[in-house]
Write a protein that binds this ligand. Structure first.
Ligand code: PLP
Length: 478
């Protein structure tokens, strides 16, 4: 303010007059080069905005910055940078070096090659999305995966929607709208991103009847809650936490038996849902989807992009009439799956027809299966590449590090292995991480005690070289 008062109107005008015109900047070499690739409109807009910003700066502070700020070449470079940022896709690839397999912020599961090809083929052309080619008449969208899902899980019927949050909302609404659903207090989960079971029930028009306590719920608690208003018994997978110690929850089979006694359907939100038994990797034994179906659950739901390893989708399986009721609910249309997702999901599910193929082709399963020794081997290989590329002393070492599955799947499961810990010299780990996020492609690591960790478990084929190039760029940057 004081500066402003001291500034004579004259000085201000002189500075403002120094600002070049748009046409003058269009002749700058940097702008001319930029115009070879960038649309003219984008470049001129960037120039105008850069000039407007400089003008504002002068008006606000009474001076023009460090010295050469008003020089045409300086302003031109600023405008080019602005144009480049505006032309860069907002949603883009990153290298996930966090070791967290299903990272919701980083897009959850990467797709298999076959899934990608399936998406491309229906996206670039017309398809039989809702057309029965044999009969030459209107067909059903879910038909492309229903038989496959039934074969893989033993369910009677199946349908798919946009995501699992949508699947639970839809299923709850279709099964119990205006009525009560009974659920254990130990299973009222919050998944993050505003998915909280009590609120989902409320949004679906279902009256929540909670029973039991946080740590213990018995079958008799469910039995006592059943009344004329009860329409559904609900079980929810505690995806992202475990209640340990003096605990008890009602197993699916017991809930099914109770449901049958009272002619009530039973629904289970499985969260991640796994088609294969992962205990072969030394992972804790979780019931497979097939086992939950066998327990007699009427409706079960799970995500397409968690451990299944496909695109974002919500899978609904169960008894024929229940699935039919869900399909006919008005929300089904609002939550319907799109053709690209459906294509990617079908291709992902096809891998599971041969479990060995699934483990080989689906990235999430492949990464899950990497042994600690293999992660150490990959660390050694990566470190050698980093040292060669960076070509200056690199304070890095290989340390034991535990990965997490993430994405609200297998909450307590730890995947032992190794990571590379970099201790940057002359800057903080935060600063290095920030520079890596600005490199291309962006690399996301994990910070631990002023060290930056790269976990090779989540790196795809060939990403070691990308990571090395980005690290070099980040370390050498001024
Ligand atoms: C992840 C999860 C959801 C939400 O699934 P989205 O596919 O992310 O919509 C719902 N319920 C449970 C138990 C979950 O783990």
């Amino acid at each position: 303010m004081i500066q402003r008062e001291e500034m004579t109107e004259n000085n201000l005008q002189t500075l403002l007059k120094q600002l070049p015109a748009v046409d003058r900047l269009l002749e700058e070499p940097a702008i001319m080069t930029c115009l070879c690739q960038a649309p003219r409109q984008v470049v001129t807009d960037a120039i105008r905005d850069t000039l407007a910003e400089a003008r504002e700066e002068i008006m606000r502070t009474g001076h023009s910055g460090k010295g050469d700020e008003l020089h045409p070449a300086t302003l031109a470079l600023k405008a080019v940078r602005l144009a480049e940022i505006r032309l860069r896709p907002s949603l883009r690839r990153v290298v996930n070096a966090t070791g967290t397999l299903i990272h919701t912020n980083l897009g959850r599961a990467p797709l298999s090659r076959a899934a990608l090809q399936a998406v491309e083929s229906v996206a670039i052309s017309y398809s039989n999305l809702e057309y029965n080619l044999e009969a030459g008449e209107r067909g059903k969208r879910h038909a492309h995966v229903e038989e496959l899902l039934c074969r893989l899980t033993g369910a009677e019927a199946a349908t798919v929607v946009n995501n699992n949050a949508g699947a639970t909302l839809l299923a709850l609404s279709a099964m119990a709208q205006g009525k009560e659903a009974v659920v254990s207090r130990g299973e009222l989960v919050e998944i993050g991103g505003s998915f909280r079971m009590p609120e989902v029930m409320n949004a679906g028009g279902v009256i929540m009847r909670e029973v039991g306590t946080t740590n213990k719920t018995h079958l008799r608690d469910f039995r006592q809650a059943i009344g004329p208003e009860t329409a559904l018994l609900l079980k929810v997978h505690t995806s992202n936490y475990r209640i340990v110690g003096f605990t008890e929850q009602v197993p699916s089979v017991d809930l099914v038996r109770l449901g049958r006694e009272h002619h009530l359907p039973v629904m289970e939100d499985l969260g991640s849902g796994m088609l294969l038994d992962l205990s072969v990797y030394g992972l804790p034994r979780e019931p497979t989807v097939r086992e939950t179906v066998q327990a007699g659950i009427d409706i079960l739901t799970f995500s397409g992009d968690k451990l299944l390893g496909g695109p974002q989708a919500g899978i609904i399986l169960g008894r024929g009439e229940a699935v039919e009721r869900i399909r006919r609910h008005p929300l089904a249309r609002a939550l319907r799956i799109d053709k690209m997702t459906l294509a990617g999901l079908e291709a992902t599910l096809r891998h599971y027809l041969n479990p060995e193929e699934a483990l080989r082709e689906i990235p999430v399963l492949r990464m899950l299966a990497i042994s600690p020794e293999q992660t150490r081997g990959r660390c050694e290989k990566l470190l050698a590449i980093l040292r060669q590329e960076v070509a200056q002393p690199l304070h890095a070492k290989i340390i034991p590090e535990t990965s997490r599955v993430g994405g609200g799947a297998l909450p307590l499961t730890e995947l032992p292995g190794f990571a590379i810990a970099i201790t940057p010299q002359g800057m903080s780990a935060d600063r290095l991480a920030q520079r890596l996020r600005a490199a291309a492609p962006q690399v996301i690591g994990r910070i631990q005690e002023d060290r930056l960790l790269f976990n090779p478990r989540t790196l795809a084929e060939g990403e070691e070289e990308l990571l090395a190039a980005c690290l070099k760029q980040a370390l050498h940057q001024e």
